[in-house]
Ligand binder design. Structure first.
Ligand SMILES: [Zn+2]
Length: 498
């Protein structure tokens, strides 16, 4: 299964691995990322930043991760952010009640099902612990908030459960100091923490994770006034409607005309989200926006489309797209007793509405890895889009003698000086080195051979085809720029030599 292959690669190449692994009994649900994993991860964030934040002129902020209790009273998380859990009275194992019932009855039981109903389902279906068949406790609610202690603990504080709270708290400041005008997105990348009772499936369900969040503030009366509408109105989205089993291709304009969404602004950002993941290399036929039923939606959302990708773990939610309305700003205004209104030029005031695009970085990383995993002649490799590859080019002297390493190191240094991310390797046969570079998704490899000494040319090889061309040393950098950033192909720069 692809999951096992990715986990094997992750472990062998240190893409990611259990945090504090050298200490026994370190808690599950925390992950460290090695150089290759961290590099791909950083580039995924960079693509999000370029494709969404910059193209949509959003303001990107960086907020604190620990916030006082009052913030979460305001946001509603202290009372509403919880999972229904059940304990086995015999083996003492905890499990999410909704998930256990779903697993046993093979029928989807929404997370938001009331406790009485969950207890009833367990009793009527005689559901027992799936590990030891022991009796189960009553279903109880378990808060997902991770408490933190600062100072002497006089002030109760929590790690934020979603990065966006900082954005809501910053809204009026941005309005006043950054001349924010509606509609306006504010974005942030950062850590978030959820006290999952059973963290599992590696980085896809961890306690500490990273989110790329964009919150678009707008006037609900202007939900259909979208400047770039023409760019996406005919773009087809992959939509799974409520109570439907089939993903349909629906154009952005039809989402609006058929009243599947409340307005153009929502259809626009759903389209931009799908385009972003297309760019990251997720195949269109593996993605869908799943319309989420009221029972399953987050407590603040009026409309939710979960952007999901089909993986070997099932459909994985990568982005929650939520219509949060004016819930957040209204609540923070009420609880902080601070005016958080938007002021129009004519002096009129408004609590803005919010469309949220909340993407998980770690799940995206996992999904991108799984979708890129290909089987080639030399073994498995990662067919990553070059824009998110851990290194842009590998530099190999053909042999470790005859002045070839000296020339290769000089080329390597020149490329680094031009901000190219290189991976220098002179150990083992060149075939082995190609396979090692392919395995971690390096798209191009430059090999310096004896001919290089005579005529200042090198070979340039593309990972996915193994095809090579010969180019001048001075052309390596501009050729890579064209290949990586301008979607050119190797054949645009010379004849294949193999
Ligand atoms: Zn048990």
């Amino acid at each position: 299964m692809s999951y096992d292959k990715i986990m094997e690669l992750a472990s062998r190449k240190s893409l990611f691995y259990q945090a504090s692994e050298i200490y026994p009994n370190s808690p599950a649900g925390f992950w460290d990322f090695g150089p290759i994993g961290a590099s791909i991860r950083r580039k995924i964030i960079e693509v999000w930043r370029k494709e969404l934040v910059q193209k949509e002129d959003m303001l990107e902020i960086h907020g604190a991760q620990i916030l006082p209790k009052q913030v979460y009273e305001g946001s509603g998380h202290l009372t509403d952010f919880k999972d229904p859990i059940v304990q086995c009275l015999k083996c003492k194992k905890y499990e999410r009640a909704d998930q256990l019932i779903t697993k046993i009855l093979k029928k989807e039981v929404p997370e938001a099902t009331p406790l009485e109903k969950l207890n009833e389902l367990i009793k009527n279906n005689n559901i027992k612990c799936d590990k030891c068949k022991g009796e189960l406790s009553e279903v109880k609610h378990f808060s997902l908030m991770v408490e933190s202690i600062i100072g002497r603990g006089e002030l109760k504080t929590f790690l934020r459960p979603e990065a966006c709270q900082s954005i809501f708290l910053n809204f009026v400041r941005m309005h006043k100091t950054m001349r924010l005008k509606l509609p306006q997105g504010i974005a942030q990348v950062g850590g978030a923490f959820r006290n999952e009772i059973s963290p599992r499936q590696s980085i896809t369900r961890a306690i500490e994770f990273t989110q790329m969040e964009a919150e678009v503030f707008f006037n609900p009366k202007e939900i259909n006034e979208i400047g770039n509408w023409d760019e996406i109105k005919d773009y087809e989205l992959k939509i799974l409607r409520l109570n439907s089993k089939k993903v349909e291709n629906i154009k952005a304009k039809e989402l609006v005309s058929k009243k599947i969404v409340q307005g153009k602004l929502i259809a626009y950002y759903l389209a931009r989200t799908q385009q972003l993941f297309d760019k990251l290399g997720i195949p269109l036929d593996k993605m869908r926006f799943r319309e989420v039923d009221k029972d399953e939606r987050a407590f603040y959302s009026l409309l939710t489309f979960d952007f999901e990708v089909e993986t070997s773990l099932g459909w994985l939610e990568l982005v929650a797209n939520n219509y949060r309305t004016d819930y957040d700003i209204k609540r923070h205004q009420e609880y902080s007793k601070t005016k958080l209104e938007y002021t129009f030029e004519d002096g009129k005031k408004l609590i803005p509405y919010i469309w949220e695009i909340s993407a998980g970085v770690d799940r995206t990383l996992y999904t991108v890895l799984e979708c890129s995993l290909k089987n080639g002649k030399e073994g498995d490799y990662l067919a990553l889009n070059p824009i998110i590859a851990p290194y842009q080019v590998a530099i190999f002297p053909l042999v470790k003698k005859d002045q070839l390493p000296e020339l290769a190191k000089k080329i390597d240094k020149d490329l680094k000086n031009k901000w190219t991310e290189t991976f220098y390797d002179e150990a083992a046969s060149v075939g082995r080195r190609y396979a090692r570079a392919d395995e971690i998704g390096i798209p191009y490899a430059v090999t310096i051979d004896h001919q290089s000494l005579r005529d200042n040319t090198v070979t340039l090889r593309y990972r996915d085809t193994g095809k090579q061309i010969r180019i001048k040393i001075e052309d390596i950098h501009p050729t890579l720029i064209s290949l990586i950033w301008c979607q050119k192909e190797l054949s645009d720069f010379g004849k294949f030599i193999n």
